[in-house]
Design a protein around this ligand. Structure first.
Ligand code: FES
Length: 68
């Protein structure tokens, strides 16, 4: 199925996703609702590294392209 980035874009959410899921940007950064966050598989080390570069990161930040 579509990842969260694709779903958001299909619903006219202004998420850039410049690298189209290659984990080479952080323009798909989203802050996830705590309840939903706790149900997601943990972020990979690569995703964490990209998130470190994103602006306004919070505890529940994720890259939307990595959420299926
Ligand atoms: Fe670039 Fe998600 S689209 S990291």
């Amino acid at each position: 199925g579509d990842n969260l980035l694709a779903v958001a874009q299909n619903h006219d959410q202004p998420l850039e996703g410049t690298c189209e899921g290659q984990m080479a940007c952080s323009t798909c950064h989203v802050i996830v609702d705590t309840e939903f966050f706790d149900r997601l598989p943990e972020a990979s080390e690569m995703e964490e590294d990209m998130l470190d570069l994103a602006a306004g990161v919070r505890r529940t930040s994720r890259l939307a392209c990595q959420i299926d």
